[in-house]
Write a protein that binds this ligand. Structure first.
Ligand code: XMP
Length: 518
């Protein structure tokens, strides 16, 4: 197995630490984020970073118990870049001075101009005399540490960019990782080049390593994988299948709440194209039966979640003797983040569909995507030959169409909903908008309204179109379709889908709304 060059990001609790990692990964540099509390001298010795970045954070170096890196960091002999609070920590530890922010706090856009000599870290900067950067700090450095020189200043930050070139220490007051520092990526690129990174973190290399790791972990044991047809579980399944072949069995639970053609697509792709052992568990009768008469959204979710586990467990037993459960857990799910109420807080989301199963069934986990961000998973999927129709898919929730059918779920409503949804997605694809939209779907409303079609009066369901832009699903805004697009889509749905005679467009953002209707 290859040992990649590794960069360590010490997290002091900035809201945007993950963005630093994203910028570095885009440069094919392998990095990990660790909360400052975990980073001891022993940790550094075991991690062997080739460079270190100190993140920003909300603390003040004056606070009692202020977050600090371990003592040995500055004698490791590796390049270090301090950002915002990271800069203040560097100055504080290396003999400079930090002052409380009274009156000089700086938030938002600022312009940095060059000072002193040129600096390799700033190659490609200041081509227009000054650079826009994003500041967000209360305290500021008032005296730089011995050995440091100033290379950039802003009206409120005389030490916006400082460096001790002989030790390869760099410290900036602003946040190069955010979008509002337009040339921030260039700064990271220069830093990793100075630190000797060769860009050895590629999906091709990752694929080979991951395969070797899976083989070493699993041996000749059997593995089961809950396949949903979503990007993460699909990529995990294909990767594991490449590693251990038919020792892997996928279980695809069809709860009868899938979109038009979805089950066929999944079966065709994985069983027919990739030749994977795949159990297509068609349990729609069971799920729809249990949901009959249920209109409370929470009871719907709980019913589906409970049955999902039962069904998965039943089919997993059919495989016989599986020792491992594969999951498409991603890096953002396992990053430990800094908590100021105590030690590092851990957010480890278990897969919503099979939560609790590994313990219950005595299974160990195989999680080959644990080190990857979502777009890296997509790149790996491409590397593995998965078609774009799978890789670029909009997210689809575990409870499926159940939460797009407010009120009671009936087969009739589900059929109407599937057809309307297919027309909407077809329209979006035809207009080349699919990849601009985070998620799009139709919800069938629990009301019937009066219409007139031809010479007759109709009394049919109303539906709502929903399409949002988002980065991570946590916040979202409605997609600004043109009126022409909306008009054409409504006409198509009402003409082509029997049972719908009225179409609305949901223009609620999240918050205050949610993306799904339930
Ligand atoms: P909301 O509706 O909370 O959705 O704004 C945010 C994102 O999460 C998806 N979602 C779910 N995914 N199980 C899932 O696997 C669920 O119960 C669930 N509820 C919402 C939703 O589709 C959107 O992408």
């Amino acid at each position: 197995m290859t040992q990649h060059q590794r960069l360590l990001i010490i997290d002091f609790g900035s809201q945007v630490t993950q963005l630093i990692a994203r910028r570095l990964r885009e440069l094919n540099v392998y990095c990990e984020i660790h909360p400052y509390q975990n980073v001891t001298d022993a940790f550094l010795a075991a991690f062997v970073p080739q460079a270190v970045i100190l993140s920003g954070g909300p603390s003040s170096v004056f606070a009692e118990g202020a977050p600090m890196p371990p003592k040995g960091l500055f004698t490791l002999g590796v390049p270090i870049l301090g950002i915002c609070y990271g800069q203040q920590v560097m100055m504080h530890c290396l003999g400079g001075k930090v002052e409380r922010g009274h009156g000089t706090a700086e938030f938002g856009r600022a312009y940095v101009t060059p000072a002193g000599h040129s600096l390799p870290l700033l190659e490609g900067w200041f081509t227009e005399g000054r650079e826009q950067v994003w500041m967000s700090h209360g305290d500021h450095v008032s005296e730089i540490a011995p050995g440091f020189e100033v290379y950039g200043t802003s009206p409120n930050a005389p030490f916006a960019i400082t460096a001790d070139v002989s030790r390869n220490f760099y410290a900036v007051q602003f946040h190069p990782e955010v979008h509002h520092t337009p040339k921030g990526a260039r700064l990271y690129e220069n830093f990793v080049r100075l630190a000797g990174f060769t860009g050895d973190w590629t999906m091709g290399a990752y694929r080979e390593d991951a395969i070797a790791k899976i083989r070493a972990q699993v041996g000749d044991a059997k593995v089961i994988c809950g396949l949903s047809g979503g990007v993460d579980s699909s990529v995990a399944a294909v990767l594991i299948h490449e590693a251990i072949g038919d020792q892997l069995t996928c279980v695809f639970v069809d709860h009868g709440l899938l979109r038009q053609g979805e089950a066929q697509d999944v079966v065709r792709m994985f069983r027919d194209h990739y030749n994977m052992p795949l159990i297509h568990a068609d349990e729609s009768e069971l799920f729809l039966g249990a949901l009959e008469g249920v209109s409370d959204p929470e009871i719907k979710r709980k019913t589906i979640g409970r049955l999902f586990i039962d069904v998965f467990q039943k089919h997993a037993h059919e495989v016989g003797g599986a020792k491992f459960l594969a999951q498409g857990t991603l890096y953002p799910d396992v990053i430990e983040s800094v908590s100021f109420s105590g030690g590092p807080s851990v957010t480890i989301k278990s897969h919503h569909n099979v939560g609790g199963l590994p313990e219950k069934m005595g299974l160990k986990l195989v999680e080959p995507l644990r080190e990857l961000f979502k777009d890296e998973v997509r790149a790996l999927g491409r590397e593995l030959g998965l078609p774009d129709s799978f890789i670029g898919r909009h997210p689809f929730p575990g409870p499926g169409l159940a939460i797009r059918c407010p009120g009671e779920i009936t087969r009739e409503k589900l059929d109407i909903l599937r057809k309307a949804d297919a027309v909407f997605i077809d329209q979006i694809r035809k207009h080349g908008l699919y990849d601009e939209i985070w998620q799009a779907f139709v919800a069938i409303l629990p009301v019937k309204t009066v219409g007139v079609m031809g010479d007759g009066r109709t009394y049919d369901y109303a539906c709502a179109l929903r399409a949002v832009t988002s980065v991570d699903g946590m916040t979202a805004d409605y997609y600004p379709f043109t009126h022409e697009f909306l008009g054409e889509t409504a006409t198509r749905i009402i003409n082509e889908v029997k049972g719908i005679n009225r179409c609305t467009y949901d223009i609620t953002s999240k918050p205050p709304g949610t993306i799904e209707w339930e």
